[in-house]
Structures are given as structure tokens and as C-alpha cells.
Design a protein around this ligand. Structure first.
Ligand code: PS7
Ligand code: MN
Ligand code: MN
Ligand code: MN
Ligand code: MN
Ligand code: MN
Length: 362
């Protein structure tokens, strides 16, 4: 197993790992365990996108400032000495942007083949985020159609999957056939981002942001705010049914995520892609029919996270067992009074059958 030796690293390399630790909860650990060939490129890819997301998430920045920052981020990250010091004081990732000049030094030392991928995805994500920041301002109501919702998830996560897959294949750590299956890659990002959007609904509501598409929530309530009125038993019921529809929509991607992971050749890359996916299926189970998502920030327990980490660093069979376990729990929690009871039940069976077809249980 590869171990970093900070004494052999440059000052800017050490700084990058410091910002990685500062800005990520779960990604820092898995990135630091990556195959040495991809360790620094993926650390820098992460920091570039984390920089963009810090700007996107900063609700103290007016759109007149935010939009050009998002659209120009790819060119700014090529300017020696560029950094961003205007961030709101309570922005937790401020440190990264204030010291972004150090990240730029390391971006310039990357292999050109890898840098081209990072730059391409940064350009596309920055422009996609800018389109949505603009949209949210003009509609005060966020995302409307399911297609818009999936396009947003494409910009902030599907594209990350695309860039990562190109890095894995370029470094020969994944089967090049994955490049011919962009739909599988897209599902990897969509599954993570949709789970994040379902779980963070209350946090985003407090920030006056809405990512749940109107096409879904308007079937359950007339006003978005009603979902958060947990004192009214009718709204409480409707909110749960609405969240069921969001969970069902996310579950559409689960089988393709498992299929994608079969194309990974390197153990460290497998761990890197599998851990977030296992955390996502466990999070979906936690949020499913859980009214707490509408008034608090919920997370899977430390103990469950530890178990998921050890199970996701073995092989695809064990990860399939993890998916099976959580799908069964979702199946059990499903309530016959839920209008989507049958659809959810069928979707769980469909994924379980897919798993059964690749890894028969005895
Ligand atoms: C480059 C490792 C592995 C094929 C910073 C990993 C926001 C869920 O929505 O801040 O602001 O609340 O909680 C990670 C596919 C992306 C998608 C994305 C980059 C998996 C900036 C992760 C992570 C593709 C855009 C959580 C998508 O952030 O979200 C690297 C394969 C960053 C992956 C955003 C979201 C990540 C996310 P939000 P968070
Ligand atoms: Mn964001
Ligand atoms: Mn964010
Ligand atoms: Mn988040
Ligand atoms: Mn979020
Ligand atoms: Mn959060």
C-alpha cells in the first residue's frame, strides 16, 4: 500500500493536501489512498471543483458577481497568483479560495493529458452552475421539470464522473470500454447527487435554494413551503409521499452504478468509487419515509459509515451485498398506503434481480 511522505512533497503539494482535509468530509480519506499515478491529479481535480462549488454555494455573493466567477473559473485557474479573497466570512471552504494560487502552481505541474481533462470539466461545470444560478434568480422557484433537475445533476456530478472515468482510462486503471458507456458513468454521478439533494432539502430550504423539481413536488403540495410545515398532519403526510417519489427517481440509477463498478481494474480506484456509492444507498435508506429530512440535517451513523468503508474496499460482490441489504430495508419500510408503494416495491425487486443475475446468492 502506498503511503504519502510529506517530507518529500513540495510546500504547495502539502498545502493542497491541507485544503483537501479542510474541505472534504469523506473524499479526503479515499483520495489519499489512491494509486500514486492518480493521487495528485484527482486531489487537484477535487480542489478545482470544490473551489467552483464554494462559489456556487455562497449565498452572500450576488449573482452579478457569482455568475462571472463561475464562468471564468477555468481561465482564472490558469493565472499565476490568482486567488479569491472576497468570500463571506462564514464560508467554511474560504481557506481554499484565499490560497488558490498554491493550487494553481500544482495544476501547472500536472501531466498535460490529465490537466486537459480537469480543465474541460471545470469549464463545463462552471457554465452549467452559472446557468442554474441565473435560473434560480428569475424563477425564485428553482428547478421546474425533471429534465431540468437531471441536467443540473449532470453539471455538478455527471460531469465529475465523466472526468474521473477519462482519468481512470488514461492511466490504464479502468477498462476503456467504460468510455463507450457514458450512460453508466452518468448514473454514478446522478445517484450521488440526487441522494445529496434529497438529504439536504432542509438545509437548502434555509438557504432559499430548491433543487427538488416542481414537476414532482407540485403533485403533492401547492406551495413548496408546505413540505416544511411539519405541524400540519396533512402536509406531513404529503411531504413523505413527495420524498418517496424523489427516492424512487434516484433508485433508477442503482443498477447502472453496480454495472459501472465492474469496469474498474485497480483496487484503490475501486475503493474510491465504491465507498461513495455504498454511502449513497445507505443514505437513501435513511431518508426513505423519514420526516426528519424536513426539519433537520440527518446523516448515517459513524458506526454504519465505518462498516460501509470496510465493506466497500473489498470487491464488487461485497458491494452488491451492501446494496441488497439496504434495498431490503427500503422494501420493508415501504408503506402500502404510499401511492408509490407498488412502483417502489417493483424498483427494489428489479435491482435485487439484477444483482442476483451477476452474483447469485448460492
Ligand atoms: C473530483 C473526487 C466515480 C464515475 C467538489 C464523485 C457539488 C455529490 O450539492 O458540497 O453542494 O450540497 O456536498 C470530487 C462518479 C464536485 C460526484 C458535487 C468532486 C462519481 C463539485 C460527486 C466533488 C462522481 C460539484 C458533493 C458529486 O458535494 O454538494 C472529485 C464516478 C466536487 C462524483 C458538486 C457533489 C459532491 C457531489 P452540494 P456537496
Ligand atoms: Mn453546490
Ligand atoms: Mn456544496
Ligand atoms: Mn452538501
Ligand atoms: Mn447538497
Ligand atoms: Mn449538507
Amino acid at each position: 500500500v502506498h503511503v504519502r511522505d510529506p517530507s518529500k512533497e513540495s510546500e504547495t503539494e502539502r498545502a493542497c493536501f491541507e485544503y483537501l482535509d479542510l474541505t472534504s468530509r469523506s473524499f479526503a480519506a479515499v483520495i489519499k489512498e489512491l494509486n500514486p499515478e492518480l493521487l495528485m491529479p484527482i486531489c487537484l481535480f477535487y480542489l478545482a471543483l470544490r473551489g467552483l462549488d464554494t462559489i456556487e454555494d455562497d449565498m452572500t455573493l450576488p449573482n452579478e458577481k457569482k455568475i462571472p466567477l463561475l464562468r471564468n473559473f477555468d481561465s482564472n485557474m490558469e493565472i499565476d497568483g490568482w486567488k479569491f479573497t472576497e468570500n463571506g466570512p462564514n464560508e467554511k471552504d474560504r481557506e481554499l479560495l484565499v490560497n488558490f494560487d498554491k493550487v494553481i502552481v500544482e495544476l501547472k505541474r500536472m501531466k498535460p493529458e490529465y490537466y486537459a481533462i480537469v480543465r474541460d470539466i471545470t469549464t463545463k461545470m462552471g457554465n452549467g452552475m452559472a446557468d442554474y444560478a441565473l435560473n434560480a434568480e428569475h424563477n425564485a422557484n428553482g428547478v421546474n421539470s425533471i429534465a431540468d433537475y437531471e441536467l443540473y445533476c449532470h453539471y455538478v456530478a455527471g460531469l465529475v464522473g465523466d472526468g474521473l472515468t477519462r482519468l481512470f482510462v488514461e492511466s490504464k486503471l479502468a477498462n476503456p470500454a467504460l468510455l463507450e458507456r457514458p450512460h453508466l458513468t452518468e448514473s454514478m454521478g446522478q445517484f450521488l447527487q440526487k441522494t445529496n439533494i434529497i438529504r439536504d432539502v432542509h438545509e437548502d430550504f434555509l438557504d432559499k435554494r430548491r433543487f427538488w423539481p416542481k414537476e414532482i413536488w407540485s403533485k403533492h403540495v401547492d406551495n413548496w413551503d408546505d413540505l416544511f410545515d411539519q405541524t400540519n398532519p396533512v402536509f406531513k403526510q404529503k411531504a413523505l409521499e413527495c420524498s418517496s417519489e424523489m427516492v424512487l427517481n434516484a433508485l433508477k440509477h442503482a443498477d447502472e452504478c453496480l454495472f459501472y463498478m465492474a469496469g474498474i481494474r485497480d483496487q484503490s480506484v475501486f475503493n474510491f468509487v465504491a465507498i461513495p456509492q455504498s454511502m449513497a444507498i445507505a443514505t437513501l435508506e435513511l431518508v426513505f419515509r423519514n420526516p426528519a429530512i424536513f426539519n433537520s440535517h440527518i446523516k448515517i451513523s459513524k458506526g454504519d459509515a465505518c462498516q460501509l468503508m470496510s465493506e466497500s474496499t473489498q470487491n464488487l460482490r461485497v458491494v452488491c451485498d451492501v446494496f441488497r441489504r439496504y434495498l431490503r430495508r427500503i422494501h420493508k419500510k415501504n408503506d402500502p398506503r404510499d401511492p408509490l408503494y407498488t412502483a417502489i416495491s417493483l424498483q427494489c425487486s428489479k435491482i435485487e434481480q439484477f444483482i442476483e443475475s451477476i452474483f447469485p446468492s448460492q
